[in-house]
Ligand binder design. Structure first.
Ligand code: DQA
Length: 146
């Protein structure tokens, strides 16, 4: 059954380690902290958030396809390092009609050269990066406007 008010928030590898993972880059908030803030904002906006994390590329592909099949309103996707390597995620995004918003806590363009290319960004509706957990909130705001 299509649910036009459901927004998937998908997180890729190592994002389960937020809070202790390179805090100088990613800060001290955990992924649960971010999920909680998004839930609060989603409740206020009367939308449903489906927040998930996986360290496995194929799970992210499956979930993108699921969001499409469910008729989700949008997907907010932080692909972690798969951003820079995954043609499978690129193809999955190209193959669905749900708008996908790419998010990053850090600004990959201000980091190592291998982070400057995003296979996901080439297929996504848009990208928000560099604002820490606020990137997710800005992505939600953008998703609500779509
Ligand atoms: C990240 C940026 C990626 O380059 C990195 O591999 C991550 C996190 C971010 O949110 O800043 O795992 O997606």
């Amino acid at each position: 059954m299509a649910d036009a008010r459901k927004i998937y928030v998908l997180n890729g590898p190592n994002l389960n380690m937020l809070g202790t993972r390179e805090p100088d880059i990613y800060g001290y908030d955990t992924l649960d902290d971010i999920a909680g803030r998004m839930e609060d904002a989603a409740n206020r906006a009367h939308v449903e958030i489906d927040f998930r994390q996986s360290n496995h590329e194929g799970h992210l592909v499956d979930w993108l396809q699921e969001a499409h099949a469910e008729g989700a309103h949008a997907v907010i996707l932080n692909p972690g390092a798969y951003t820079h390597t995954s043609i499978a995620l690129h193809d999955a995004i190209k193959g669905i009609t749900v708008p996908v918003i790419e998010v990053h806590l850090s600004n990959p363009h201000a980091r190592e050269p291998f982070r400057h290319k995003s296979f996901v960004g080439m297929a996504a509706r848009g990208t928000i990066a560099g604002f820490g957990p606020l990137s997710y909130m800005l992505a939600l705001e953008a998703a609500l406007e779509l």
